[in-house]
Design a protein around this ligand. Structure first.
Ligand code: TRP
Length: 456
């Protein structure tokens, strides 16, 4: 068999993994969750979740991926042959597949909004606060426009995946991630000149603990998982392309730091803008980025329409880049699985994934249009594709990965992998194992139970 693919450089490893983590979750979902859960108090809980749950689970995925140098499904089979643990590997691939189907829909929207900004379709000088709400609804229920943009987006993902690990994923991440970080920096500086800056900042920085409930914690854990790309085989698959001398702890740490900074910066961009337009509610919810923001941009920069144009264009370009680097990381585990475990050529595997996900993606997308009456478990198809992974499969995956690494795997194997056969030191090994064995499964378990009590 041919030599397995590798990432070429340390920088490539960090940028590709950070590219996976930084996505719609940071720029679209994070501010929404912050708004819905009352601001600074949520952020505080979120940060705790990233450190105590996110980072250890990410490190475990790195250990499993790099040690076995296999796609996720095969990785668990190699480490625990003949046991039930291997279900987790298959589940990772399955969850990736499901997430891909709806991620490509929302990513298509980002592409459409970037395009609309470019051609000036998002410039509006009137006063109707519902103008962009109607704009969005009109777009998503259009018979073919959103589908066309999703297909275009999937085409780009496919193009990068087919080029392979080093020439595709790594090379594109190395270009796109610095661009993304530059854009977000520029936007943050611009946002600080808005009239609503101080109000926006105090909303983000002054915690109001009276708003804290169990469901805040639950949302924070869910958000941390989604944002860090964990529990579904993405980072495990990427880690299988890491080299022997990659420092796993440092990489996990860098990815978590970059991901968190980008999430916080999007908050710092979005909330000053929200507070600059009187009468808008920061607790707006999921429509924030697509319905309120275009209006906010047009109002906040009313006296300087050019700035409004540039700000909006950069923002949607940012969202699109973030979506693209994440989407390739969701595509890869499924492609790698079909390629390695099902003996397809990489090209053929990638084509299967793209075509099947796109077909389901089209159905997902049409649930805003002609299929809006079609429901499953009382929700639209789109909502099901969103909820099933993030409410059930990802938290469950998190528990399984922690228990697997904490209890089942040989501690020497784990330690050797983390320290590169003793060449590095890892002072927190005991704390890490303790978190995996007790704190993480119990925390997620409680949240889980709470959720189901809450639901019924
Ligand atoms: N983390 C990405 C984001 O923030 C999305 C993503 C990529 C993801 N890979 C994932 C989410 C794996 C869950 C699991 O948008």
């Amino acid at each position: 068999m041919a030599e397995r693919a590798n990432f070429g450089s340390k920088l490539g490893v960090v940028l590709a993994s950070a590219g996976s983590a930084v996505g719609l979750g940071n720029i679209w979902r994070f501010p929404t969750e912050v708004g819905e859960n009352g601001g600074a108090a949520f952020i505080l809980i979120y940060l705790i979740c990233v450190v105590l749950i996110g980072m250890p689970v990410m490190l475990s995925e790195f250990v499993i991926g790099r040690h076995t140098r296999s796609n996720t499904a095969t990785a668990y089979q190699k480490l625990a042959p003949g046991t039930w643990w291997r279900v987790q590997g298959g589940m990772g691939v399955f969850v990736a597949f499901i997430i891909m189907c709806y991620y490509v829909v929302v990513s298509g929207w980002t592409l459409y909004y970037a395009y609309s900004s470019l051609v000036g379709a998002l410039q509006y000088t009137g006063d109707d606060a519902n103008y962009f709400s109607d704009f969005f609804d009109g777009f998503v229920s259009h018979p073919w426009l959103p589908v066309a943009f999703s297909v275009l987006f999937m085409g780009m993902v496919h193009f990068i995946i087919v080029k392979g690990v080093q020439n595709g994923i790594e090379r594109f991440s190395k270009v796109m991630m610095p661009m993304l970080l530059l854009i977000i920096g520029v936007l943050a500086v611009c946002a600080f000149s808005l009239p609503g800056t101080s109000e926006g900042l105090s909303y983000l920085l002054k915690p109001d603990f009276s708003k804290l409930t169990a469901s805040t914690v639950l949302s924070a854990i869910g958000q941390a998982f989604f944002s860090l790309s964990i529990a579904m085989g993405c980072l495990c698959t990427y880690a299988s392309y890491f080299r022997k001398d990659t420092n796993l702890v440092k990489t996990a740490y860098s990815v978590c730091v970059i991901d968190t900074i980008v999430a916080l910066m999007s908050g710092f961009i979005i909330f000053p803008a929200v507070f600059s337009v009187p009468g808008l509610d920061p607790e707006e919810g999921a429509g924030l980025v697509f319905k309120s923001l275009p209006y906010i941009f047009s109002q906040a920069f009313r006296s300087m329409p050019v700035m409004g144009y540039v700000f909006s264009l950069l923002f949607y370009l940012l969202l699109f880049l973030a979506a693209l680097t994440s989407a390739i990381s969701i595509h890869e585990p499924v492609t790698a699985y079909l390629h390695e475990a099902r003996q397809m050529s990489r090209k053929k595997a990638a084509l299967w994934v793209s075509v099947v996900c796109m077909t389901l993606g089209v159905i997902c997308s049409l649930s805003f249009g002609v299929l809006s009456d079609l429901t499953l478990f009382g929700n639209t198809i789109f909502d099901n594709f969103d909820a099933l992974p993030s409410v059930i499969l990802m938290p469950l995956g998190g528990i399984i990965i922690s228990l697997f690494t904490g209890w089942y795997l040989d501690k020497k194997l784990v330690r050797d992998e983390i320290t590169n056969e003793g060449n590095l030191t890892f002072r927190f090994f005991k704390v890490y194992i303790f978190l995996l064995r007790w704190i993480i499964p119990v925390a997620i378990g409680l949240v889980f139970v709470n959720q189901f009590i809450g639901l019924s």
